[in-house]
Design a protein around this ligand. Structure first.
Ligand code: ZN
Ligand code: ZN
Length: 299
């Protein structure tokens, strides 16, 4: 598992690599433009080359981009939709230029509009952004919330993939905070295993390219998206240790996007916490395995 964090792009793309290295990240996630403005950042070929050189010289093995939260591909407003397509296209082209593993996207928010039409609008907009870029995958993230976010469960993610004709460039990103808030119990290995089975059956694990590792201020099924620092929420150390040690997640980048100790995002201590919790989860699974073997041999 490539454990890492979302890092700031302040000061330029190549600065992100240093922030990842300082935090001992094996993977990083970045925004492709300022998250508060529609205006895309105009990167030059030199910016991209600088980033790739810095990344190649670092221990960081994977980078993913997160589309900015202004993007709403499902919007009924033509203006919002065309800005969303432009922003997502930009993210995918930056992804192509820096060799990103994907662009993570919240597929869209209904905001009171009918579900079916919103899904179709979102898929059409995503397809247009894919058509205006080369290779970089779009990774639909599972969501939680009350503004009618699309992708709140695996059926909706699967429906979106169908609406995109199963395009091979469409993958998914699974966020454990959103899973819990949307009603998926994932805090013990058996429960999580059943959830991963469901994901495999409905979406296919080959489409799973990335994980988000956040604790949740919101309880199981509370249906809101509110990240807590690792160990300080409803998942807690035990739930996070379970999620991070799921065997079928072992090869994936796992990115922390918590508020961090001072509200400026995850720090080195939090990356270390995630790595420690993964080890703890693996050890607990081994102990359980030995226990159940002993019980079986006694029978
Ligand atoms: Zn996330
Ligand atoms: Zn979230």
């Amino acid at each position: 598992m490539l454990i890492g964090a979302h890092v700031s792009t302040a000061g330029g793309l190549d600065k992100t690599v240093g922030r990842g290295v300082e935090r001992e990240c094996d993977a990083i996630q970045i925004f492709h433009q300022s998250p508060r403005m529609w205006r895309p950042t105009n990167y030059t070929d030199r910016d991209f080359a600088g980033f790739r050189t810095a990344l190649a010289a670092s221990p960081i093995e994977s980078v993913v981009i997160h589309a900015v939260y202004l993007v709403n591909c499902a919007s009924k407003e033509r203006d919002t939709r065309s800005k969303s397509i432009a922003s997502l296209s930009h993210a995918l082209r930056v992804g192509d230029a820096i060799g990103a593993g994907g662009v993570v996207l919240h597929a869209g928010a209904r905001k009171g509009e009918p579900h079916g039409a919103s899904m179709r609008r979102a898929a059409k907009a995503i397809a247009r952004a894919l058509a205006s870029s080369e290779e970089c995958p779009v990774l639909l993230e599972n969501t939680a919330g009350t503004q009618g976010p699309l992708g709140r469960n695996f059926d909706e993610l699967a429906d979106l993939i169908d609406l995109l004709d199963g395009d091979r460039r469409v993958g998914v990103c699974i966020d454990c905070c959103h899973l819990l808030a949307s009603g998926y119990e994932i805090r013990d290995p058996e429960a999580l295993s059943a959830v991963v089975d469901e994901l495999d059956a409905k979406v296919g694990l080959r489409r799973l390219r990335c994980l988000h590792v956040n604790d949740s201020k919101i309880p199981l099924g509370g249906n809101r998206d509110h990240h807590a620092n690792l160990g300080e929420g409803e998942l807690g150390d035990r739930g996070l240790a379970t999620f991070l040690s799921e065997p079928r997640f072992a090869e994936l980048p796992a990115l922390i996007e918590t508020p961090g100790p001072d509200g400026h995002g995850p720090d080195l201590a939090e990356v270390k916490t995630a790595k420690r919790l993964r080890k703890r989860g693996i050890a607990a699974r081994k102990r359980r395995g030995r226990r159940s073997k002993r019980t079986a041999s006694r029978r």
